[in-house]
Design a protein around this ligand. Structure first.
Ligand code: FAD
Length: 507
């Protein structure tokens, strides 16, 4: 194949986090072999929420070559060690979904089976005591992860909370530095090849026409190219994930800078709390079938730790996914490809996962259907595992204090999730594929946190001496507590490493 067969012009429609993450990564990954142009409209603006991430974001930033301290200052970021869930299984429950791994030995299987064996024998062991992330989060501390498997800090893991608008702007400057062109303007029409239906150009309100070979649709919920033009279709998952609205509002932080997200179950949904350097992001995600907007806003404002810094914003969405994320010469990335609600902070991760896969499946001018179908199948698999993981939080509940909770508790769930729960109930078995987004740590934290208890343990640990295991657990707990004690306070860590934005409030 000659070099002429490669795509020479990519047009990205939309300049939200999805648009600029895609532009920056393609510019870096394709090493200027192709022209990249982003078209965005300041008048339309961005969705502007989405502040919590999961650990692979670190790989994404590293792949771009971003300086971590600069990134943190520019986006007023904080570290996230996991999510504290309050009142989910039952009112009064509290559990922590940590990053990293449980135990000090990365071989998860045995650690958990030992824990199970002791717990079933009546030892009162809190799983959180064996997670460096959970303990550090509770103590408000942070330290750097280690690559050395002998170091306890190799079991640590972290992601970020950041201001998503600032992240988009930071990546825009970064991408422009790599040669990405930016055009301000509203897309008002789309030209297609009459035979193939391929998009050939977009037309802007100004009269300008922007041609391209590959179009990336990052236009947000509306899916300007993928849906409005190509009608790729949408799988509506609201029977499983009935949340369809959110009210969001920032406030000032009161108290220390916690390195975790908080998710509190409410009457008809849940409320997030995300601490940034300069403010706290709050939102109530709910199902409009079960509660009115004004009740939500009242409850949200009533639950803030300090007076709101702005009016509450209402956002609407339909949970689900685009049936084909790649159709003809259009690839949807970001909210245009679907939305599964923000409970486990997976949207920005899906953007990153789509970009990685697009780079792996980057087309040539022939736009091979086999290549496109492989990409679509992989994205579908990603969204299905996230869907199942999210449903678990709702379905495995004993809450009985509202119609929403009764609905999710009694609703039919996908077979894939039912099978996972059944296997876990038998003897704590978790079967997780190599490409799955959520690790055994995540599944364990949420399965147990939502009060699903295995009846037995694997025969592999049956002959092992319980007293010796219990001693090992005591040692591990003490070692974790000592390591956490030696960690700096979260805000001090940021300041000490030049990560604190000059204009952020003093912690
Ligand atoms: P948008 O931000 O909507 O950007 C769309 C872009 O397209 C804009 O630049 C717009 O100007 C442009 N555009 C649209 N139409 C046109 C046109 N006609 N002409 C020109 N330009 C156009 N994700 C997480 O990972 N973690 C979270 O904690 C999280 N929380 C969330 C909470 C809520 C309530 C919601 C709704 C989402 C949340 N998300 C979260 C998702 C996250 O916000 C998005 O995945 C992310 O911001 C990417 O958005 P986007 O770039 O796809 O869309």
């Amino acid at each position: 194949m000659s070099d002429d067969a490669w795509i020479s012009k990519v047009v990205i429609v939309g300049g939200g986090s999805a648009g600029w993450m895609t532009a920056a990564a393609l510019a870096r990954g394709l090493d200027r072999r192709c022209q990249i142009q982003v078209v965005e409209s300041q008048d339309i603006g961005v969705v502007g929420v989405g502040e919590a991430t999961i650990p692979p974001i670190r790989l994404f930033n590293a792949m771009l070559g971003l300086d971590e301290a600069e990134f943190m200052r520019e986006t007023k970021a904080t570290y996230k060690l996991g999510i504290e869930f309050r009142d989910w299984g039952r009112a009064g429950d509290r559990y922590f979904h940590p990053f990293g791994v449980y135990g000090l030995n990365p071989e998860m299987g045995h650690f958990f089976q030992y824990w199970l064996k002791l717990s079933l024998a009546g030892e009162p062991l809190a799983l959180s005591d064996y997670s460096l992330c959970a303990q550090a989060a509770q103590a408000g501390r942070f330290d750097r992860q280690s690559d050395d498997p002998r170091d306890p800090m190799s079991t640590f893991g972290s992601a970020y909370h950041f201001d998503t608008i600032l992240y988009g702007q930071y990546l825009r400057r970064f991408a422009q530095g790599l040669g990405v062109a930016r055009t301000e303007g509203e897309v008002v029409a789309v030209d297609q090849d009459p035979q193939t239906g391929f998009v050939t150009a977009i037309q802007l309100k100004s009269g300008q026409r922007v041609e391209g070979e590959l179009f990336i649709d990052c236009s947000g919920f509306k899916g300007l190219l993928i849906e409005q033009t190509l009608k790729a279709g949408y799988d509506d998952w609201s029977s499983y994930l009935p949340m369809d609205r959110a009210a969001a509002v920032p406030c000032e932080r009161r108290g220390p800078l916690s390195p975790f997200t908080t998710s509190t179950a409410r009457e008809a949904g849940w409320q997030w709390r995300i601490p940034l350097q300069h403010r706290v992001g709050n939102g109530y995600v709910y199902s409009s079938q079960f509660i009115a907007d004004d009740q939500v806003v009242e409850a949200l404002l009533g639950n803030l730790e300090s007076p709101p810094l702005a009016e509450a914003r209402l956002l609407r969405f339909t949970t689900g996914r685009r049936r084909k994320t790649w159709d003809r010469n259009v690839v949807a990335i970001g909210l245009s490809s679907g939305f599964l609600e923000p409970l486990e902070s997976t949207s920005i991760h899906l953007i990153q996962a789509s970009i990685n896969k697009l780079l792996q499946h980057f087309p040539d001018r022939s736009f091979s259907p086999a290549n496109r179908d492989a990409f679509n199948r992989r994205i579908q698999a990603d969204t299905e595992t996230i869907r199942d993981f999210l449903i678990l939080h709702y379905h495995a509940t004993d809450r009985d204090d509202g119609d929403l909770w009764r609905y999710v508790r009694d609703m039919p769930i996908p077979d894939s999730l039912a099978e996972r729960i059944a296997l876990f109930r038998e003897r704590g078995q978790l079967v997780i594929g190599p490409d799955e987004m959520f690790t055994p740590t995540s599944w364990l934290a949420v399965l147990l946190g939502q009060n699903i208890r295995p009846r037995s343990y694997t025969p592999l640990v049956a002959g092992h001496d319980s007293r010796a295991i219990a001693n090992g657990f005591r040692g591990m707990k003490a070692q974790i507590a000592r390591r956490v004690e030696a960690m700096p306070n979260h805000a001090d860590y940021l300041k000490r490493h030049g990560m604190w934005a000059a204009d952020a409030v003093i912690a």
